[in-house]
Design a protein around this ligand. Structure first.
Ligand code: NAD
Length: 502
């Protein structure tokens, strides 16, 4: 039996505790299935209930702590994160698999989010507006929501929880956080840093376990005021229905099927660089991964020959090897699922140009590796171009014009990210007007969001909220409108100031 190195607990009301079930689940290294990263508390609805009660108990103390003071703690978290960046990045790579350079990027995103939060407490602004009546003052203030339920996926194990934890806490909420069960240990390391930075007990409660047992219990708990969820559109839809029934606010960041347009005037080397990074970075396991290329027929042959040539040369291996470009998929189930989409693509007539199977040579057989895969002859409506595969699979669609390219790009139920390679400023601006996505890159890949700008998508990618930057702070606060009448008499809006007119 592999040696178990750590046991990872829940954090409830400031105490590290086992799950009430007394059971554990394992977290393993996707690059080496024999490497058990640790055992983790296997929790259920009872643990969630205890966590919500602890969060509720801490809420008044935290909401009455001045927001700039709350932010000061986030500044300390930022500092500790900077000091631990390498340690956290190595753990992240071991538990989730992404190559170390990208793991460092993931942790850097947490640092940047923390730094933004460190100033945000002094900028939780409302508005002052003239009243329609004399001797009366009108303004808006932000109020916290209460206990927030934060549910995260595994593909950005520190960045995505950070996008949720920092703004929710700065706004004065307390939280119950459930990380994905593929990445619980690195998520716990992140939470420990908040504790170390002096966050009061009960402000963050951490409950480990599966989506059905823990995630849904958080969603359904009547003591939880808001759900912030990042994950698949299928689960997002279930969560939205539950929240709809309870009239609970929910912020959803869901799937994507992102495409890049390569026009006939594109810088082809740039387009190839961007396509490889977008499609095969994080082994295609990014919500913003490039999974469709819409290429103009005039440049297709040249673009594809360079792309396939370079894709075949990408080095696969464990992410902690600095020379590796493509790490493993996160678990065995993902390999099976990617394979089933690839098989379906072949059956439906797409032309496989490279990859198409798991990579099992030598040491790769210890983990869940999959060859970078490119398909040609894909139509915009085909399964390969419609379904989120969430693996290193790129489908190429050929078009004859800019209008056809935009139509192909928009032929998707998702609307997260897109990009266009062109030297023509008019086409760039038309794309900025016409693409149906929340994010658009001109002359760059579909990935590369910066922390301080809004992040999110249209259509089935979400429900209109945006994480990242200032818009995240809108998710986690209620707007309260406050009127102060200093006239000393009853003044009736719409009536007393209109008497002369009637
Ligand atoms: P997932 O939906 O399977 O799981 C996400 C989280 O939800 C996990 O913590 C999981 O345990 C939990 N969960 C699962 N079932 C649940 C249920 N019934 N009730 C409550 N919680 C439940 O997604 P995943 O496989 O972890 O992540 C991949 C997906 O996430 C992809 O679709 C990807 O596009 C999406 N994603 C979106 C964004 C974005 O910002 N739009 C970012 C990253 C990932």
């Amino acid at each position: 039996m592999p040696k178990v190195t750590t046991r990872t607990l829940n954090l409830i009301g400031g105490k590290w505790v086992e799950a009430k079930s007394g059971k554990w689940f394992e977290s393993r290294n996707p690059a080496d299935d024999g490497d058990v990263v640790g055992e983790v508390a296997k929790s259920g609805p009872d643990d969630v209930d205890a966590a919500v009660k602890a969060a509720r108990k801490a809420f008044d103390g935290w909401r009455l702590t001045p927001a700039p003071k709350r932010s000061e703690i986030m500044g300390r978290v930022a500092q500790i994160l900077r000091e631990r960046k390498e340690e956290l990045s190595q753990l992240l790579t071991r538990e989730m698999g992404k190559v170390i350079e990208e793991a460092r990027g993931d942790v850097q995103e947490s640092i940047d989010t923390a730094a933004y939060a460190a100033g945000a407490g002094t900028r939780l602004m409302g508005e002052t507006v003239p009243s329609e009546l004399p001797d009366k003052f009108a303004m808006t203030v932000r109020a916290p929501m209460g206990v927030c339920g934060l549910i995260a996926p595994w593909n950005f194990p520190t960045a995505i929880p950070s996008w949720k934890l920092f703004p929710s806490l700065v706004c004065g909420n307390t939280v119950v956080f459930k990380p994905a069960s593929d990445t619980p240990i690195v998520a716990t390391a992140l939470v420990r840093i908040f504790e170390e930075a002096g966050l009061p007990a009960g402000c963050i409660n951490l409950v480990h376990g599966g989506g059905g047992d823990v995630g849904m219990a958080i969603v359904k708990h009547p003591g939880v005021a808001l759900i912030s969820f990042t994950g698949s559109s299928g689960v997002g839809r279930e969560i939205a229905s539950e929240c709809g029934r309870a009239l609970k606010r929910c912020s959803l960041e869901l799937g994507g099927k992102n495409g890049s347009i390569v026009m006939d005037d594109a810088d082809l080397e740039l387009a190839v660089d961007g396509s490889l990074w977008g499609a095969f970075g994080t082994t295609g396991q990014r919500c913003t991964a490039t999974s469709r290329i819409v290429v103009h027929e005039k440049v297709k042959a040249e673009y594809l020959s360079r792309l396939v040539d370079r894709a075949k040369k990408l080095k696969l291996g464990p992410g902690n090897d600095e020379s590796v470009k493509v790490g493993p998929l996160v678990n065995a189930g993902r390999v099976k699922e990617v394979q089933s989409w690839v098989d379906r693509g072949v059956k439906e007539g797409a032309k496989l140009l490279c990859g198409g199977k798991a990579a099992t040579n030598g040491a790769l057989k210890k983990g869940w590796f999959y060859e970078p895969t490119i398909f040609d002859n894909v139509k915009a409506g085909d399964t390969l171009a419609q379904e989120e595969i969430f693996g290193p699979v790129l489908s190429v669609i050929t078009v004859k014009s800019f209008d056809e390219a935009i139509a192909a790009l928009n032929n998707s139920k998702y609307g997260l990210s897109a990009s266009i390679y062109t030297q023509d400023v008019n086409r760039a601006f038309r794309a900025a007007r016409d693409v149906e996505t929340g994010i658009l890159y001109i002359n760059s890949s579909t990935i590369g969001a910066e922390n301080h700008l809004p992040f999110g998508g249209m259509k089935e990618t979400g429900n209109g909220h945006r994480e990242g930057g200032w818009t995240a702070y809108d998710i986690y606060s209620e707007i309260r409108t406050v009127y102060v009448d200093f006239s000393g008499k009853l003044q009736r809006a719409q009536i007393d100031n209109r008497k002369a007119e009637s």
